[in-house]
Design a protein around this ligand. Structure first.
Ligand code: NAP
Length: 310
């Protein structure tokens, strides 16, 4: 089976397609034929050797990226009780989704209802859990509050806008002008260009900042949080600096690392099936062109989600 791997950390061209042997199935495992794999910034950061992800795999190269998987069961291992051949599944895996086939324990993935498109299911697990946990568990967003979402047009942000609206919040969405119609279509109450100083100065203070940009941008957005307000800063590499600056201003601050949670994934899938939100897929790349997908995600200006297909 074809698989994208890196032999060493480096730029996007480190991703090369290889032919790998299919591992035999153990008890309770299924083989999933990948329909789509989600591409996330963590994939590119880890490939480049940055952050906690790279630390975790540095002694295990070659490594195949990809945490977001959607596919169908193509082989059943012994003692599998939950699934049948052809069942459509989605969820988070611990790497290796950039592969034609992935071996998973039958309890690792969840079923996709027939009414939900493959592409929607492929893009929801990592980005959706981050948006949901960020707004609810870490941000404690309440109905009637104002939330500022930075990077509102991106993979996590476009889901967060829709979820925050569903929770009854007033959503202020930050993005480039060419994304303003898109962000309004997600339900944002106010859409602002983060490069427009006048627009930014005129913004009324918010209760919660959901910072998906971090770094200098995250630091400067703290001035828009009301005294006693809250910030959740999501990019881990700059989280300590944003949290320290927030605390100096009397803002309650937290970083986060999304965790896998099958109950929450089932809840998000049900919400997708009921059209409570949707996943915007801006581009699908063939597996062999994973390097192009990484170059795009590394621009920091992707709308919605990118997917790979075999
Ligand atoms: N800690 C965790 O567990 C966790 C989980 C998921 C993601 N993350 C991190 O969270 C961040 C966001 O992830 P993502 O998947 O949503 O990324 P993404 O899809 O690559 O985000 C792209 C978006 O960022 C926007 N953007 C870029 N610079 C901006 C700025 N200065 N102000 C406002 N918006 C800006 C772009 O908007 P325009 O094109 O309109 O400029 C674009 O729509 C990444 O750093 C990722 O690694 C962390």
């Amino acid at each position: 089976m074809k698989q994208l791997v890196i032999q060493a950390f480096g730029d996007a061209d480190q991703l090369v397609q290889v032919e790998s042997a299919s591992a035999p199935l153990q008890a309770g495992q299924v083989r999933v034929r990948m329909h789509y794999a989600g591409v996330n910034p963590i994939d590119a950061k880890t490939r480049a050797g940055l952050g906690w992800g790279a630390q975790a795999i540095k002694d295990r190269l070659p490594w195949s990226p990809g945490f977001e998987l959607m596919g169908s069961v193509c082989e059943l291992g012994p003692e599998v009780t939950q699934y049948q051949l052809g069942d459509r599944l989605f969820g988070l895996v611990s790497g290796g989704a950039y592969s034609e086939e992935v071996v998973v324990g039958e309890h690792e993935l969840l079923p996709v209802p027939s009414s939900v498109l493959d592409e929607m299911a492929a893009g929801v697990s990592l980005a959706g859990l981050t948006a949901w946990q960020g707004l609810t568990e870490h941000g404690k967003l309440q109905a009637g509050e104002r939330v500022l979402i930075a990077a509102a047009a991106g993979g996590v942000g476009h889901l967060a806008v829709q979820m925050a609206k569903n929770m009854g919040a007033t959503v202020v969405a930050l993005g480039s002008v060419h994304n303003h119609d898109f962000m309004a279509s997600l339900g944002a109450d106010e859409v602002l260009d983060y490069r427009d100083a006048a627009q930014m100065t005129a913004m009324a203070p918010v209760d919660l900042l959901f910072d998906l940009v971090g770094g200098a941008a995250g630091l400067s957005l703290l001035s828009h949080v009301r005294p006693g307000g809250r910030v959740v800063t999501v990019p881990t590499i700059t989280a300590d600096a944003v949290i320290a600056a927030a605390k100096e201003k009397g803002i309650a601050a937290t970083g986060m690392l999304k965790r896998n949670d099958n109950e929450q994934l089932a809840f998000l899938m049900q919400a997708l099936a009921e059209d409570k939100f949707w996943v915007e897929v801006s581009q699908i790349y063939p597996l062999a062109e994973g390097n192009l997908a990484h170059r795009q995600i590394e621009t920091g200006h992707t709308r919605g989600k990118l997917l790979l297909m075999p």
